[in-house]
Design a protein around this ligand. Structure first.
Ligand code: AMP
Length: 581
């Protein structure tokens, strides 16, 4: 394994990072630091937060700064105030023993005049949010003429937040001789365009796969009725007494409501959303950072830049529409070689969203059952017992009270005492979960076993005329979905179309799989009454289990209006053919 010494960093930096407990470079550092030293090229690095990317660009830049010159030589742009502060603090820590090196962070939401003063120290490294930097350039307070290194951190986030024009302006303000390092968790087209347009010959370094989720995150999901999401959330939290995580909601309103409910129900939670003032935001974030809060309920926008390591869970109270956002959310846990869990609470119509994310991030999600009341109580009981076992007893302080306590409890035996102490906490859970209902929606396998299946009938715009047979149809569905668990029921092939039943919770997945096919298109026949639009009898349909039947066996049904029309059309076609001959 490479050591930091071998990467050519100077003694002052080595000493500082050793004090921070950095023993070996993380993979991205192993790649970027030598690249920086040996190569004059620009860099596009695909890396999630938590991979050690700040040190990956920060250490080699610090190693190359000329501390004798008091001009801004390196500029790092980041999407949020919190990330700027984080980067600046990291750089200050790495350069603790580097004399005369100054790092300043400037960002929106802070008094600009105070930032003028900070800039008076003439830093060599400036960390900034795009909007505030433009403001400072326009006021003549920042000059970028001497920039040698430009870092665009979380470039995808910056573009998501609408900073595209600002970034382009900043890129134009800096000299062409600069080296540009672009870091992004994902590579949407907009980021690729920036790289294409503004970067010189560049190399691409990826840590993990492109658009991949962090390796040590387990992705699990629970399926509940939409109206029972909140109860499901509580059970998940109750099942994980040590949870320290972020609950992601879609809207400010939802964020407020969920946080209020949690607080009312006795959980150690608070909300972070755009309606809070900056001091309120800072206070919530700080309480969360120092673990005064166990659960932070937040919107994606509000949680940007909140850098907290060691999260045990990320909970998707609602799945985001965009897989990139899911990647960002789940990347907040499982950092710095620790494991984490990304939980999604979904309802039955959202299976296809899960499958879609699985495909893009190339990770399998595990469906788990929402625990019942008994399981939660059991977990809490043993958690309490463990806590009691491990509590540190301050013998000295407690000693004066013990004789009276012994005296008071002397009529009880040991078993009785234990039961009562444990019940002090446990009764709360017992009472809550006494009548707890099963929140799980009967799953597919169960339905399969009991034979109760909700089916949706789908129609494909290709039939016998296009040489479609049940076998071919199944083959096409298999190929496109790449999922052998898709449960296809009755199949009916008409001349022009193919009709088939699919389990209701898999219909979206099948429809999605056919999207992007120019010629093959699938649509829902009817959700309420799957059989309404395509009558059939045993004569005119193929059954899935009877795949041996050949297309030529096909016989259409006389009483079916549609089939009649189809017959007439075929008749017309035959006549046309005859006439042509
Ligand atoms: P980042 O991706 O820059 O946010 O870094 C994630 C976390 O990993 C931060 O808390 C860093 O302090 C920590 N870190 C970065 N590099 C190393 C290293 N080589 N060894 C141990 N921890 C590190």
């Amino acid at each position: 394994m490479t050591t930091f010494q071998e990467l050519g960093l100077n003694e002052n930096i080595l000493r500082a990072i050793a004090e921070l407990g950095f023993e070996n470079p993380m993979p991205i550092q192993e790649k970027v630091i030598p690249f920086f030293a040996e190569n004059g090229k620009d860099l596009v690095a695909l890396a999630q937060t938590g991979t050690g990317k700040t040190a990956a660009f920060g250490l080699p830049i610090l190693n190359n700064i000329d501390t004798q010159t008091q001009k801004i030589q390196a500029l790092a742009i980041a999407p949020t105030r919190e990330l700027c502060v984080q980067i600046a603090n990291d750089l200050k820590n790495f350069s603790k023993y580097t004399e005369k090196l100054k790092v300043v962070a400037v960002y929106g939401g802070e008094d600009i005049v105070r930032q003028f003063k900070q800039l008076d120290v003439q830093p060599q490294i400036l960390v900034a949010t795009p909007g505030r930097l433009i403001d400072l350039i326009e006021r003549g307070k920042v000059k970028l003429a001497n920039i040698q290194y430009l870092v665009l951190d979380e470039a995808d986030e910056m573009l998501n937040m609408g900073f595209k024009d600002d970034i382009e302006r900043i890129l134009q303000e800096t000299p062409d001789t600069r080296r540009t390092l672009l870091f992004s968790a994902t590579m949407p087209a907009d980021v690729a365009r920036i790289a294409q347009r503004y970067m010189k010959e560049h190399e691409e370094i990826a840590v993990g796969r492109k658009n991949a989720g962090a390796e040590n995150v387990n992705h699990i999901y629970y399926v509940v009725q939409a109206k029972q999401r909140y109860q499901a959330l509580k059970r998940i939290v109750d099942l994980n007494p040590d949870i320290y995580g972020i609950v992601f909601c879609r809207t400010r309103q939802e964020t407020k409501e969920i946080a209020e409910h949690l607080m009312k129900d006795g959980y150690n939670a608070d909300a972070l959303h755009g309606d809070l003032s900056q001091p309120q935001r800072d206070s919530v974030m700080q309480r969360f950072r120092i673990r005064n809060l166990q659960l932070l309920v937040a919107t994606d926008v509000a949680a940007r830049g909140l850098d907290v390591s060691d999260l045990t869970h990320v909970i998707n109270y609602n799945l985001p529409d965009d897989t990139e956002i899911y990647t960002h959310r789940s990347g907040r846990t499982g950092r710095a070689n620790k494991s984490g869990v990304s939980v999604s609470i979904i309802h039955t119509k959202e299976y296809s969203k899960i499958r879609n994310i699985e495909r893009i991030i190339n990770r399998k999600f595990e469906q788990q059952q929402i625990p019942n009341g008994l399981e939660v109580c059991k977990k809490q009981l043993f958690y309490l017992v463990d806590k009691m076992e491990n509590v540190e007893v301050n013998e000295e302080q407690i000693a004066p009270y013990m004789p009276t306590i012994y005296q008071k409890l002397q009529y009880m035996d040991k078993e009785d005492i234990i039961k009562r102490f444990v019940s002090l906490e446990f009764n709360r859970f017992l009472a809550y979960y006494e009548d707890a209902v099963d929140l799980n929606i009967e799953d597919r396998n169960e339905k399969r076993r009991t034979g109760k299946r909700d089916r949706i009938r789908l129609k494909l715009n290709a039939g016998a005329q296009h040489s479609f047979s049940p076998k071919r149809l199944l083959g096409v569905i298999n190929d496109l979905t790449q999922d052998k668990s898709i449960n296809i029921g009755d199949i009916e092939i008409t001349h022009k179309f193919s009709f088939f039943d699919v389990d209701a919770d898999q219909a979206d997945q099948v429809i999605e799989a056919f999207k992007g096919q120019d010629e093959l298109q699938v649509s829902v026949v009817s959700k309420e009454n799957p059989r309404a639009n395509s009558q059939r009898n045993n004569n005119n349909r193929y059954k899935t289990q009877d795949n041996r039947r050949k297309t030529s066996d096909y016989r259409h049904k006389t009483q079916d209006n549609k089939t009649n029309k189809f017959r007439e059309e075929r008749q017309r076609q035959r006549e046309n053919k005859r006439n042509r001959r």
